[in-house]
Ligand binder design. Structure first.
Ligand code: ZN
Length: 319
């Protein structure tokens, strides 16, 4: 029934980049989770626009985890951080080296305020145990955040580091070796993954890769509203550019919020992941390329383990 195809290509390249959300995590004073309702979440006010957007994405991810585990009374603390950061994004964008174009500062300021203003709605829905309502406001917040992400400055550099740390603001080729420049720490999605759009801009794809080769794919529509993972039939292949590709079985998670699968152990970063996604609308097959530098941040349990946290305090209150 659902028969339009979308092809997604994801490259993993080894690099020194620390996953943004991991770096963020370390600033939160030991990753304290599970604050009681009413207690403010520990966080450090971001100093740059890029950090501000990353903090919001991190908090949205926390909210999604809370929705999944039905701990709605704790949404409050995360939404509180989003409100505080959302209200200062305009100021951060005004900083001289924020990377936000002058003509976009108004847009960014408005989106930040809009996001902050959703605090009451999500707090109210969370406190009354309204799962569908909480999710609906969360999805609106994800959409607004996509606008903020658009203006995070991009930097490109030669993958061979011919010019050391020199970066360019747009893609191109290295003047020394001629290789295509790669994006340095590309923008992250709400799950800490890398983002790409289908060629027709009708579908946004976010993909994460854990250190143990699990891949997760989150699909959104053109307004960055999450799509149910079971409406897409997906074929996937992974392999290095110009080398053998291995097929990857991707299936919807029980929550239907993402597709998951495992990449063959023989495939190590950097590599390409090519997804052929059948979205079930009238769209034609689409090709998307995501360029990864290394495994990305992963949902809760995984990244707490990666950082050597015990993780028990979080697992402990899961059903
Ligand atoms: Zn070069």
């Amino acid at each position: 029934m659902f028969r339009s195809a979308l092809v997604v290509t994801i490259t993993f390249a080894l690099g020194p980049a620390v996953p943004l959300a991991l770096a963020q995590h370390e600033q939160h004073g030991g990753g304290k989770h599970g604050e009681e309702h009413g207690k403010p979440a520990q966080f450090k006010m971001p100093a740059t626009y890029k950090e501000g957007v990353a903090e919001i994405q991190h908090r949205l991810h926390e909210i999604e985890e809370l929705i999944a585990s039905k701990e709605l009374d704790q949404v409050h603390a995360q939404a509180d951080v989003i409100q505080k950061v959302g209200n200062v994004l305009g100021q951060l964008a005004l900083k001289r080296d924020s990377g936000v174009p002058k003509d976009a500062i108004k847009v960014v300021n408005k989106a930040g305020r809009e996001l902050a203003a959703k605090f009451d709605a999500i707090d109210k829905a969370g406190d009354s145990g309204d799962l569908a309502g909480t999710r609906r406001v969360y999805e609106e917040m994800v959409s607004v955040t996509a606008t903020l992400q658009k203006y995070v400055a991009k930097a490109f550099a030669c993958p061979m580091k011919c010019e050391g740390g020199k970066t360019y603001s747009s893609p191109g080729t290295c003047p020394k070796c001629g290789m295509a420049l790669k994006e340095v720490s590309p923008a992250r999605g709400p799950h800490g993954g890398l983002i790409a759009w289908s060629g027709d801009q009708n579908c946004r794809v976010e993909a994460t890769l854990s250190k143990d080769n699990e891949i997760r794919v989150y699909l959104c529509d053109e307004k960055s509203k999450p799509l149910s993972a079971d409406r897409a039939a997906v074929q996937a292949h992974a392999g290095q550019e110009g080398a053998q590709h291995y097929s990857v079985t991707l299936a919807p998670d029980a929550s239907k919020s993402f597709l998951r699968g495992r990449i063959a152990a023989a495939v190590k970063p950097p590599f390409l992941l090519m997804l052929k996604i059948d979205l079930g609308d009238s769209g034609k097959p689409q090709t998307v390329t995501i360029d990864f530098e290394a495994p990305t941040d992963m949902p809760h349990k995984e990244h707490e383990e990666q950082q050597g946290h015990k993780g028990d305090e979080h697992k402990g209150h899961r059903p």
